[in-house]
Design a protein around this ligand. Structure first.
Ligand code: PAF
Length: 326
């Protein structure tokens, strides 16, 4: 075990030490990108790799580190902020710890559908957020689609907040998420994603929330029986680049990485929409029961969390930005 730990340490240490937007002897600019286990992130990384090679005539390349091997969302975002990894794809929620305005995306039932969310992210509000994040060391290259989060449980059929009483639900490490689940009557347990599968397997927690595709790609159907179509929050992904790494690029290289990023986001969004449908069917085939809610049941969820918006207003630095979205 000790030898294994040392090997992991040496591997991570060597990545960090050789970090940051280097040029090889042959003049090729290499950029490190960290992604997690989701297939749509793999597709996006491959699309970016191809496009960057094509646009730069092979003078720029992306080295992809998959399966979250460089760390969880929060750790990786921090490493990108300090320029030791060039790029990552992470959820907005953990990054709200560094940039509070991102808490707006943790507000439950904020968006009607993905199209509406994407319009806001690609418009003035997304640009405002991206401009603000430059001041804390991030260049935002786009907002890939994570999707709406759905509750899943090991044994409990949930139709309304009253069914959630005492249910231990793993949540992301965010006060807005914790308070949302408390308001719904559950017992929220904040936990790193890397610990989640084992926690579900060992029944330390009864359920969790993530988009369908994440549930499928992480095999949660092996340890969860019900998925409840709560659609309770849309937490987008961020394609982040270290501002330090970005500033080291020439003007032409900056244009190329921005174009490759935008292309990657468009491929990833298309793939996510496609996988979303497949994921539900595949999980049902493996024995998962999908519970859809009636309009009346949906309203009960909305009513239970109506006070969370005032919490979000206290968490963000620019409440007017939140009001603009509303
Ligand atoms: O549940 C989480 O922590 C996030 O949704 C995940 C899967 C790490 C993606 O950013």
């Amino acid at each position: 075990k000790f030898v294994n730990l040392m090997l992991v340490f040496v591997f991570l240490f060597s990545i960090v030490m050789t970090a940051g937007c280097g040029r090889n002897k042959d003049g090729v600019r290499r950029l490190k990108l960290s992604i997690n286990t989701n297939q749509s992130q793999v597709d996006m990384a491959e699309a970016m790799q191809e496009r960057i090679k094509e646009l730069s005539d092979g003078k720029m390349e992306i080295d992809v580190y998959g399966d979250g091997q460089l760390g969880g969302d929060r750790e990786v975002a921090e490493t990108v902020q300090y320029g030791n990894i060039d790029m990552c794809i992470v959820s907005t929620t953990p990054v709200a710890a560094f940039y509070p305005d991102l808490n707006v995306f943790d507000a439950p039932f904020l968006f009607k559908d993905s199209a509406q969310a994407q319009e806001i992210l690609d418009g003035k509000i997304g640009q405002e957020i991206a401009a603000g994040m430059e001041d804390i060391g991030f260049k935002v290259l786009g907002f890939p689609e994570n999707g709406f989060r759905q509750l899943s449980t090991a044994a409990k059929e949930v139709h309304s907040p009253s069914d959630l009483k005492g249910l231990k639900v793993r949540v992301m490490e965010s006060e807005v998420h914790i308070e949302t689940w408390k308001a719904l009557g559950a017992s929220p347990t904040p936990m790193a994603f890397s610990e989640l599968f084992t926690a579900l397997q060992q029944k330390t927690v009864d359920g969790q929330d993530n988009p369908f595709v994440t549930d499928r790609d992480n095999r949660f159907y092996e340890v969860q029986k019900y998925i409840i179509e709560t659609n309770h929050v849309y937490t987008p992904y961020l394609l982040l680049m270290s501002k330090d790494s970005y500033d080291k690029l020439t003007d032409e290289e900056k244009e190329i990485i921005e174009e490759a990023g935008a292309y990657g986001v468009s491929v990833q969004r298309e793939k996510t929409a496609e996988y979303d449908k497949d994921a539900v069917q595949e999980m049902q085939d493996k024995g998962v029961t999908l519970i859809s809610l009636t309009d009346e049941e949906k309203q009960q969820f909305r009513d239970a969390v109506s006070d969370i918006y005032s919490l979000v207003e206290t968490k963000v630095e620019h409440p007017e930005l939140f009001r603009k979205i509303l």
